[in-house]
Every structure is written in C-alpha cells, then in structure tokens.
Design a protein around this ligand. Sequence first.
Ligand code: PGA
Length: 248
Amino acid sequence: MRKPFIMGNWKMFKTTKEAVSFAKEFKSLYHKSDVKVGICAPFTQLAALSDEFYGTGIVVGAQNMHFEESGAFTGEISADMLNEMDIEYCIIGHSERRQYFNETDDTVNKKLHTAFKHNIIPILCVGEVLAQREAGQEFNVVKSQLKGALLNLSAEFVSKIVIAYEPVWAIGTGKTATPEQANEMCGYIRTVIEELYGDDVSENVIIQYGGSVKPGNATELMNMEEIDGALVGGASLKPADFMQIINF
Ligand code: PGA
C-alpha cells in the first residue's frame, strides 16, 4: 500500500527568517496523518527547517545536488554535504533545472547514482513541454526521460524513489493537467517502471503529479487511482494553502 506523499517545492523563495516563520505557523496547523509531508527548500534554509520540523514527521529535502563527490565546482552542493545535515530527499531533474541550467537525462542519471550511494531519496521529475504534447509525443518523451534517468540503477533503489510527473506547460502557469491527463501519465509511468523493473518495484514506487496543484484542485487529483502524491510549487509557500492541500 503506497502512502500519499505531498512535497512542497519552494524554488528560490523565502529567506531563512521567512522559512522559520512558515515552519512555526505550519507546525501549529499540522496533525500527523496518513499523508507524508515535506518541503524542498533552498540550501540556505535546510538547517533551520530541519530544526523546526525535528520530531514532527515533516521531512525536508533539497532541490538539487551535484553528481560529483567533491571538486572545483563553484556554487555547487554535494551529496555528502546533504548527508551531514541529515537531508533525506532531493529533487532531481526538475524541468527548471533542465531548461535554465542545462540538465540532461545524462546528468540526471549521474545524480541518481550519487543519490543512491548516499542514501538520498530522489524526487525524479519528468514531463513534456507543450509542443511535445500537442504533437502527441508526451508518452515517448516521458519514457525516454525515465529510461535515461534510470540507466543502470538497481531495482532495489528504484523501488524507493519518488517520481514526479510535471508537465512543463502546467508548471507555474495556473494551467493544471486535468485529473484524467495526470492520472493517465502517472499510470503510464508505472507501466514503464514495470517493464524495466517488474511488478514489485512498480507497485511500490511513489508517483506524484506536479503543476499548479492548489487547494481547489488537490482533492480531485489526489483521488485519482494512479496519483500517489503531489509536488507543489507556488501553493506550498503559504502555510494555510499547503495545509489545505495536505488535508485534500
Ligand atoms: P507549481 O510548481 O505548483 O507552482 O506549478 C510545481 C513545481 O515546479 O514543482
């Protein structure tokens, strides 16, 4: 039985002071439930958020990491650095990283291998751009992203990862995929995982939908059979909105 998992993605928003104030308000509203909850925050907010959420069950994740163990990579953060802070999760291959920072399926694959070595659970993002959907290529695109990202990774590891289907045309645009479109692709992702790794793995892997998830549409998305959770950008920035999504 897969436990619903809703993760916030703060992107490049909030100072540490703002993050702490969010955490205090969010904790006051939060009650443990069957839904797993977390926030992926900018690097400089991770320590403060981990402290604030300690003992609550709310998890904290990073939004990126480098695939090399260490080295002359100015401005980058390594898996070891995340391990030292007990950060368990990291978004990998978000479409904004692919679009603005030249991430490719190959760098995403290298990052997943590094995450595996360091016991970091990746939230692997895949999704097509509008032109690809309009050309009827969305399934091919997502399959090839998955195959590229997961190259030479073990079934044991893949059964623990989180996959987020984020159609690029729905991110930050206010345009949500319909629950049927989101469900169809999440189901397709599960069949690709089954082809690559078999039943046991595909039944365990958590598949989230992301792209303009908000209080008003969370219920219908989360009630879809194949959708196990959500990766929430804009609507995770306000405690009350994020709480409403969690209580879908
Ligand atoms: P959004 O972002 O909810 O603001 O569309 C989602 C994401 O990029 O993960």
